[in-house]
Each structure stands twice: as structure tokens, then as C-alpha cells.
Write a protein of this length. Structure first.
Length: 318
């Protein structure tokens, strides 16, 4: 009888030990944390979420980072809002400590989070580490890559929501940045912004060009009249050039213009063209330089345009 009681007592003690162990007795293994007990830092996982993205928006304690994911027709903008806390490592590519102030809009970064992501758009997560990458271009320009991206983003005031950078390239020869960005709502309508790499000024996208002219407006095949504005740049001798508007039968208008700088610099120009009517639906604007030798046309840039129906007076022989 005594032996049976001892065995029962031993069995009861063993069950109690197993029960305490199963309930997580002690704090040594409780690293998840609940309520007022935060998780132990050593137990936080680190997941690389952004391999190479751009900071699109900043606040006192968060960074919105996006990246363009090229999947052809299924491309999308991956966007994560990273919460920055005292445990977040902010580093340069050389593993030197950087400050949050150095992580500006337009900067290119790598980003890690804890692995816990709120299902929203943009997604939300706590940052474990943010690495500030070097500017891809080593060329000494007043406006660097991050500056150019920031200027391009700031110019987008009509569409809300996360943008991503498809590409940002420096044209060293012509001294401008070409930044292509896309909004998550309009993936098939990327926006290209051309930025002067010296001044940071946004300049129009070139509609047509050759070695002497860059035309910003009008666009080819644009319907225009009776008055329209011509704007662009020219690299011409003594800053002088000529133009003519014709419809294949008649000269509708012509003139001579000056740029604000002569070759070898690119000089800006802007002038208005007016005409009364054309003899057909199509016309051409031709920019050219008169040869110093014989007055012939050189460096012609031809822009095809359309005539509004109300300004067409067909000739009798058509």
C-alpha cells in the first residue's frame, strides 16, 4: 500500500513539473512579449525587404520607400512605410552611422524590417536597418541623382499616392538628368522629367532635335492655329536662325529669331507663329540656319503639324 502511495505522489509531482514547463514557466524563453513586456531585441528577425529603392517621403519617425518592380504588363510599385525607432540601424554603404536627416527624399537605399508587416498599401513595418547607397554617378554635378529625383517628385502635384523611380540617368554631354517615374495607379503612364544638371530647372522634353536644334513645343502632328508658340534651344552661330511655316503649296509664315546664347552653347528661344489659313490639313514648321557662303538652308529641323478644319481653304486645283 505504501509503495502505491509513493508511486502516486511521484506521478503527481511529475505532472506538475510538466504542466509548469508547458505553460512557459519563467521568463527565459518568453521573447515574444505581450502587453507591457516588449520582445527581447535579440529575438527580432531581420528581413531584407528593399534591395534597391528610393525614399519617396519622410517624417519624424518614418520613411516611405518604393521600388519599381518590372514584370512587363504586370509591373507594380512596391511601397513600404518603415517606422524608425531607437533600435533601427542607419548606415552608409561603408557601414558608417548616418543620421535620419541624411536620409532625404530621392536617396537610394536598402532596407530591412522585422518580418512583421501590416497588410495595407503602402505596407507598414518596423525598420531594423536602412543602408544609404552611394550616388550612382561619380560625375561632379551641382544636381546629383537624389536631387533630380526629388525635383521630379515635387513637380507631381495632381496625382496622389506612391510613386516609384523607373530610371534616372545623367546625360553628361547635354548636362541634364532624365528621370522617369510612375504612379501606382497609372502604371502604363510613366512621367518623364528633364532636369538641368547645373541649375535644377525642369526643362521640357524634346519633341524633335538635330545637331543644331532642340524643339520642346509644338509636338509633332499637333493641331495648331491660328497662333501657336514655338519653344526650344539652338546651338547656332551668332545665336541666329530662321524658320518657315508652309503647307506644301504656300508659305504661311516665316521669320528670323535669336537665342539667348551663341554656339558652342545651347541658347534658349521662344516665339509665336501666326497664320490665317492653309490649303490642306497638313503643314510643316521648318527651323534652319542660313549658310554664310550662299544663303542656303542648313541644319533643317522639320516638324509636321496639323491644321484645324476651320482654317483650311482648299485651293481650286485640288
Amino acid at each position: 500500500m505504501m509503495t502505491i502511495r509513493k508511486r502516486a505522489l511521484h506521478l503527481t509531482m511529475l505532472c506538475a513539473i510538466l504542466l509548469i514547463t508547458a505553460c512557459g514557466g519563467g521568463d527565459t524563453n518568453n521573447k515574444q512579449g505581450t502587453g507591457d513586456n516588449p520582445p527581447i531585441q535579440d529575438d527580432i528577425h531581420s528581413v531584407k525587404a528593399i534591395d534597391r529603392g528610393e525614399i519617396i517621403q519622410t517624417s519624424n519617425d518614418s520613411l516611405l520607400i518604393t521600388t519599381f518592380v518590372d514584370k512587363g504588363a504586370d509591373s507594380y510599385v512596391d511601397a513600404i512605410s518603415f517606422r524608425i525607432n531607437d533600435q533601427t540601424e542607419l548606415l552608409s554603404k561603408n557601414e558608417e552611422v548616418v543620421t535620419l536627416d541624411q536620409l532625404t527624399v530621392g536617396a537610394q537605399v536598402e532596407a530591412w524590417h522585422t518580418g512583421v508587416v501590416a497588410e495595407s498599401y503602402p505596407a507598414q513595418a518596423t525598420a531594423v536597418k536602412i543602408v544609404l547607397l552611394d550616388d550612382e554617378n561619380s560625375v561632379d554635378t551641382t544636381i546629383n541623382r537624389a536631387d533630380a529625383i526629388r525635383i521630379a517628385l515635387n513637380a507631381q502635384t495632381e496625382v496622389n499616392g506612391p510613386w516609384a523611380v523607373k530610371q534616372a540617368k545623367l546625360d553628361e554631354g547635354n548636362a541634364f538628368w532624365l528621370v522617369e517615374i510612375v504612379n501606382f495607379q497609372y502604371m502604363d503612364q510613366p512621367v518623364t522629367v528633364r532636369i538641368d544638371s547645373k541649375s535644377g530647372e525642369i526643362v521640357p522634353i524634346v519633341a524633335a532635335e538635330n545637331d543644331a536644334f532642340r524643339l520642346y513645343s509644338p509636338q509633332a502632328q499637333e493641331e495648331l492655329g491660328p497662333t501657336f508658340t514655338v519653344e526650344g534651344e539652338a546651338r547656332v552661330f551668332e545665336a541666329a536662325f530662321s524658320w518657315v511655316l508652309e503647307d506644301g503649296h504656300n508659305i504661311l509664315a516665316e521669320g528670323h529669331e535669336m537665342t539667348d546664347a551663341g554656339a558652342p552653347e545651347w541658347g534658349r528661344f521662344k516665339f509665336d507663329v501666326s497664320f490665317e489659313h492653309a490649303t490642306q490639313p497638313h503643314m510643316m514648321l521648318i527651323l534652319y540656319v542660313s549658310s554664310a557662303k550662299d544663303g542656303s538652308s542648313e541644319h533643317q529641323l522639320i516638324i509636321p503639324l496639323k491644321v484645324p478644319e476651320t482654317l483650311i481653304k482648299y485651293s481650286a486645283d485640288q
